[in-house]
Ligand binder design. Structure first.
Ligand SMILES: C=C(O[C@@H]1C=C(C(=O)O)C=C[C@H]1O)C(=O)O
Length: 342
């Protein structure tokens, strides 16, 4: 299957190859022509790749051929230390300060601010994907290609939603600390509050569309070299509730945008020093196996590949309690998820 993926990259044919969190099954969806199709109302069947600015349209890969295989377990060596570049530090610190100023005016309570960094790699996209699979077993790992969109890959810890029949599972994921072997993360008020804001937002958005909704207590979860706080959210949709409605209400969550959503989004578009495109968008299966089964993941810990250059995207949630220097270090730590692989 990996060989076929290499051929598609050479021939410019669209595909996505992926593995869901904690599973050994790898799936590849191939579209046999290079047309750019779009999602209209989420009743379609295929693989969706949506940008942060969802209003710009989400790409739909038509599932002309689907292949499934089991992952081979191979030995992988632990990561060594990597040298991080300080390029972009001042711009990012300025951006964070602007975000905090905006929060202090009372117009925003949270905003997620991000940046892009570049690295060179000698690995091919399929080799990078194979490395991601081996190193990040509890992430959604993928490699996506469309000749009219580009080549993206990543290992994301965040589920936007999975739906089977009317049962919906989502999560509230926020707050970051570095993983240290043998130590339990010590969360402070700032982080607990930041994660609670995401849970409250999801509850508010979904109430009225659900027969039931249960938000679990936040727990520490590991994502590579990092810890996050995560609450699992389970619900049952009312019969009249559509996937389209849920997606438009949840995306972009305050885990990747902010509160209130529209004002945070305007701030991001005005002040970030680049365009996010597909970073903090979402991707995944749409009615692929069964007509009522969907699983979508938030596009985090990801990169865009162009020749030997990888553009890596990283961000973090800013609240009134944020410290610019610590936020910079957090994006540096997040970049390691990808840099370790390259
Ligand atoms: C925005 C990112 O991650 C999000 C922001 C987090 C934070 O602010 O601590 C944690 C997990 C994600 O919800 C990213 O990885 O780029």
């Amino acid at each position: 299957m990996i060989g076929r993926v290499g051929d598609c990259l050479k021939e410019g044919l669209p595909f996505c190859i992926y593995r869901k969190p904690n599973q050994s099954q790898i799936t590849a969806v191939f579209q046999l022509e290079d047309a750019l199709h779009s999602v209209v109302d989420f009743s379609e069947k295929g693989f969706v790749f949506a940008p942060f600015q969802f209003e710009n349209g989400a790409v739909l890969l038509k599932p002309d051929e689907i292949f499934v295989t089991q992952m081979e377990n191979s030995e992988h060596s632990p990561f060594g230390e990597i040298q991080l570049s300080e390029i972009g530090r001042n711009d990012h610190l300025e951006l964070i300060k602007k975000g905090i100023e905006e929060i202090n005016t009372g117009r925003l309570s949270k905003v997620v601010l991000s940046r892009k960094l570049e690295a060179e790699t000698k690995l091919s996209p399929p080799e990078i994907f194979t490395q991601l699979l081996q190193h990040y077993p509890n992430a959604f790992c993928y490699l996506f290609h469309h000749p009219k969109i580009g080549t993206w890959c990543g290992a994301t810890p965040e589920t936007l939603m999975t739906i089977q029949n009317r049962e919906i599972k989502t999560m509230s994921l926020a707050a970051t600390l570095p993983f240290v072997e043998g130590e339990v993360p010590q969360w402070k008020e700032k982080e607990l509050e930041e994660q609670q804001m995401v849970s409250d937002y999801i509850r508010e958005r979904l109430t009225g569309l659900m027969e039931s909704l249960d938000i679990e207590e936040a727990k520490s979860v590991r994502a590579g070299n990092l810890w996050h706080l995560k609450s699992r959210i389970n619900g049952k949709m009312l019969p009249k509730t559509s996937v389209n409605k849920i997606v438009s209400l949840l995306h972009p969550t305050p885990a990747v945008c902010g509160i209130p959503t529209q004002k945070a989004k305007e701030f991001i578009l005005k002040h970030e020093n680049y365009r996010r495109t597909y970073y903090t968008g979402f991707l995944g299966e749409l009615n692929l196996n069964q007509a009522t089964e969907t699983s979508l993941y938030v596009n985090l810990r990801c990169m865009e590949l162009k020749g030997q250059t990888a553009s890596i995207y990283v961000g973090g949630g800013i609240t009134k309690a944020s410290d610019p220097e610590r936020e910079w270090v957090e994006t540096q730590n997040k970049s390691k998820t990808i840099l370790h692989i390259l």
